[in-house]
Ligand binder design. Structure first.
Ligand code: MN
Length: 676
């Protein structure tokens, strides 16, 4: 490595000119994508980027990350925004700075591998609409999953940035899988694919500062294209990691404007600008211009999103990440999932199971969707395995992974687990070794056919092809075929102000607490009584429940009442018809029958119940009432925690009843069907 990149501190004359750095550090800003994705559940709206867009264009960023990752999903699902329109709109304000997007390789901006025809069309449309840099990654670092998209990126004349997902099995860089040799090999693979730059993607904030130094130095020695570091702040190390990476000669860093920085997001830009000022890596950015952008963000934009910040903890870092070398998001999901299952006491067992499952599954990097796959299988093992049998309930995604549908794992999969996972697997019991998308049938023509008459162009079709259910719903909103619900509409600053007023009042003790006691619904047997207390008159509804009469409602008839002290109502009082008697506002409704989950727990049908082992949503029943079934045969597919679980029959016999339908939510222990 030349020492061209080494940091040299030059004495700066602060009263005079700021010398132009010999090799300025380049910065990509992530505020418009990863910033709000990390802090505000990807809910950032295009209209909230416009007020600072032109100013951001003047800063001098290497690129602005504006698209990809979860934005495509969140925009059409939660914001009623056309994802394609965001690129076009921002391009009208940002004319100089390049746009970058996060592309999940063959997963595009979704959560599964799409067919090649969809992948090609997607990349071509993204480039056409204004994406200049395609930051491309694969959850397994299996670059065969880049083979379809990269030629399209190149044909469109765009920048292909190849990513290496940074992962660890030990506390620090090293060990049998994720050592320096591994990363060097991956970087060489990317350079051989003609990557225009290489990014180390530290999505979990696991990279320790001195490991960053060693890694950046090692990679700079073997690759000639620019090296870019993306490190999340989650564990609190990233600012130090950034600085050591700069010292080791990194070319480009990812940061956010400070209101979008820190916590699970990225280090902020402003302290870095100041840190490097006067050195040969000086960014050259105008700190005053950054402050002006910040002021707009703080005053006019961030207040709308503040409610989305996770403020359950005082600490802005997650030290569990340091303890478990596991992404923060994955850990908080684990806790939530266990809580839902009423099994939070098993958390330590799940922590112990995680590394075992990960090892069995080939030491996959813990990035979406692998982190969810490992987490859910670990929970299943802790909850359902016993001394006699491991991997009793294997998720569909683990079966796909064992088949090779995601690609090649960094280390081999445990052959016993693989054999068990692939028993009766629909695509076959022998795993594939080819590029995963080779086994996928083309999908685009069918998608076009499905949304004929609804989709106006290929971009619409792609929204549907990637997200069939929510994508179709969005297209109906877009073309006025369906009214979008209230909740997809933006929050305004006025909404926020009204809320803040309420909070102020509450803090001042001026808000009266609403009674939490629930009023039972009026039944058929309601009888009305007029009750007189001195000059006051009340209409009292009385209904007999289970033998003893109870007071069901009291309607005050006279508005101007004086404090009378406690009043006892006599349900036996005879009603006296009065001229001024108020009539009830509406006739008493018969109480609606409520089917509760607990009702489904006690089944009327004689037989063996198949109970739901966890809360989830019914995907489908594999059997109908009257079908015969063997013990262990799959009866129900249940989606829980984004994973599909195949539930086997606990007994042999005939399906006597099926209690739910596809799409129904179920609670733990609900009887899904009865076998008799
Ligand atoms: Mn990220």
């Amino acid at each position: 490595m030349s020492d061209h990149n080494q940091v040299k501190i030059t004495t700066m004359d602060f009263s005079g000119e700021r010398p132009k750095a010999e090799n300025p550090l380049k910065i990509q800003d992530l505020s418009f994508r990863d910033g709000h994705q990390s802090l505000f559940a990807t809910r950032g709206r295009t209209e909230d980027m416009i007020p600072v867009a032109e100013m951001m264009d003047e800063v001098g960023f290497w690129a602005l990350e504006t698209w990809g990752g979860a934005t495509f999903d969140a925009m059409h699902r939660f914001l009623n925004e056309d994802p394609w329109e965001r690129i076009r709109t921002l391009k009208r304000y940002i004319k100089k700075t390049r746009f970058s997007m996060l592309l999940r390789g063959q997963n595009l901006v979704g959560y599964r591998n799409y067919a090649d025809d969809v992948a090609k069309a997607f990349v071509e449309r993204a480039a056409h609409n204004g994406i200049d840099i395609f930051r491309t990654f694969d959850a397994l670092n299996d670059y065969r999953n880049f083979e379809t998209v990269v030629p399209v990126i190149k044909e469109c004349g765009k920048h292909f940035q190849g990513c290496i997902c940074y992962s660890l099995t030990e506390r620090r860089l090293g060990g049998e899988v994720y050592n320096l040799e591994y990363y060097v090999k991956k970087a060489k693979e990317l350079e051989a694919m003609e990557a225009n730059s290489i990014c180390i993607k530290d999505m979990a904030g696991l990279m320790a500062p001195y490991d960053a130094y060693a890694l950046v130095k090692a990679l700079k020695d073997v690759v000639s294209v620019p090296l870019h570091l993306h490190s999340h702040f989650t564990s609190g190390m990233a600012s130090m990691t950034h600085l050591k990476a700069v010292e080791a000669g990194v070319d480009i860093l990812d940061t956010c404007m400070s209101p979008y920085g820190f916590r699970t997001s990225h280090p902020a830009l402003e302290p870095l600008v100041m840190t490097l000022m006067g050195t040969n890596r000086d960014t050259g950015f105008d700190i005053k211009a950054l402050a002006e952008i910040n002021e707009i963000l703080e005053k006019d934009i961030i207040p709308k999103y503040r409610y989305l910040l996770d403020e359950t903890k005082v600490s802005i870092i997650d030290i569990n990440v340091l303890v478990h070398q596991t992404p923060g998001g994955m850990l908080s999901n684990l806790v939530n999932q266990l809580r839902e299952m009423d099994a939070l006491d098993k958390l330590d067992k799940v922590y112990a199971e995680l590394p075992k499952v990960r090892k069995d599954l080939g030491q996959v990097p813990l990035v979406t969707p692998m982190s969810q796959i490992v987490a859910t299988q670990s929970i299943n093992n802790v909850l359902f395995d016993d001394e006699k049998e491991r991997y009793k309930m294997i998720t569909a995604q683990v079966r796909d992974l064992c088949y090779g549908l995601y690609g090649k794992t960094p280390a081999p999969v445990n052959p016993e687990v693989r054999k068990k996972a692939l028993k009766d697997y629909p695509r076959g019991e022998k795993p594939i070794t080819c590029r995963p998308a080779e086994v996928l049938e083309p999908e685009l023509d069918k998608a076009k056919e499905d949304v004929k008459g609804l989709a106006a162009d290929l971009e619409d079709v792609l929204i549907y092809a990637l997200y069939p259910v929510t994508g179709k719903r969005f297209l109906k909103w877009k073309y006025g075929k369906e009214e979008p619900p209230e909740k997809v509409k933006p929050r305004t600053l006025e909404d926020v102000k009204a809320e803040q007023e309420l909070i102020k009042k509450a803090l001042a003790g001026k808000l009266v607490e609403k009674k939490e006691k629930e009023v039972p619904s009026k039944g058929n047997n309601l009888r009305k009584f007029n009750v007189f207390v001195d000059d006051e008159y009340f209409e009292v509804g009385v209904e007999e429940i289970g033998g003893s009469p109870i007071v069901s409602y009291i309607q005050q008839a006279q508005r101007q009442m004086q404090a009378q002290g406690p009043v006892a109502f006599a349900p036996t009082a005879a009603p006296q018809p009065q001229a001024a008697q108020p009539t009830p506002e509406k006739p008493a409704e018969p109480a609606k029958p409520v089917i509760t989950a607990s009702k489904k727990m006690e089944s009327d049908t004689q037989g063996t119940p198949l109970k739901s082992p966890m809360p989830g949503i019914i995907v489908s029943y594999k059997k109908q009432v009257g079908d015969s079934v063997n013990t262990g045969e799959i009866v129900v597919i249940l989606e829980a925690m984004k994973m599909e679980n195949a539930l086997p029959s606990p007994a042999g016999g005939i399906i006597k009843s099926i209690n739910f339908a596809s799409g129904d939510p179920v609670a733990r222990n609900d009887v899904l069907c009865v076998i008799g």
